[in-house]
Ligand binder design. Sequence first.
Ligand SMILES: *[C@@H]1O[C@H](CO)[C@@H](O)[C@H](O)[C@H]1NC(C)=O
Ligand SMILES: *[C@@H]1O[C@H](CO)[C@@H](O)[C@H](O)[C@H]1NC(C)=O
Length: 256
Amino acid sequence: MHKAIALIVLVVFGSVAAHTRKINAQPSHIQRVASSLKQESNGIDWCPQCVNTFDQLIYYVLDGILELGIINTCDDICNYVTEKSGSPVLYAICAVGCDALGINEFIKIAKEVDLDPIYFCESLKVCPIFDSGDAKFKSFVILPPHAPVYSTFVIDFAYESMNGTGTGQLVVSIQTIDGVELSTTLLIEPQKPGRYAERISVDASPDPDCDPAAQQCEEWFPGVYNVTVMVCNGECGSHHPHSQIYDTVKGSFQID
Ligand SMILES: *[C@@H]1O[C@H](CO)[C@@H](O)[C@H](O)[C@H]1NC(C)=O
Ligand SMILES: *[C@@H]1O[C@H](CO)[C@@H](O)[C@H](O)[C@H]1NC(C)=O
């Protein structure tokens, strides 16, 4: 019964929540420009919702475990999460995940604090598991090879899967001259066998709104910037089950 209510709540409020998240997101130098991955078009897709709200859900669940003391039912914990967070999306994922696992297992999993979002959402049976997947990079090009600061570099790559892929990630990371960590992580939902292309842009412009007192600000000094792209089952580098780095590819561009 939870699931039916949760689904209705999620459909009504899901898009509002997704919209709010975007506004709060930090601007990034690295952006996805185009992708040939299939996007779910009918209804709300639970898996990205779960992965995106993981930090908040875990926070409120752990808080509830401490505050409530005795937790007998999924309602106990999920009502607490809803009250404290005010988020129907968190309620929906809590209710669906807890119903699927049972309250004891749900609490046990939530307490594994180093959990990665994909493993967690797979455990809740919200994201599908597929462990005989594979992917190999078939092309990788960064253009232009060199350009002055304030330029935009475009990274084009494609990978091919023979068996299809599990719920996983693409991670694009750039080693910068001033040591600022630049990376972006894209969720990839399970894909059928095939060839998939991605286009990523890198805006090599110092961010005028970046406050060096509050965060690291990339300056885009002249030099060679190494780029690494990984395609993975589960979270890249995770030691949890259903995790594997399918393939890695490296390249570079230069700021003159
Ligand atoms: C792909 O699928 C086949 C048949 O199911 C299996 O034997 C093979 O191990 C799979 N490949 C990988 C990389 O898991
Ligand atoms: C990029 O890689 C090269 C060789 O792999 C290395 O010598 C260089 O230090 C790397 N650049 C940065 C900015 O880390």
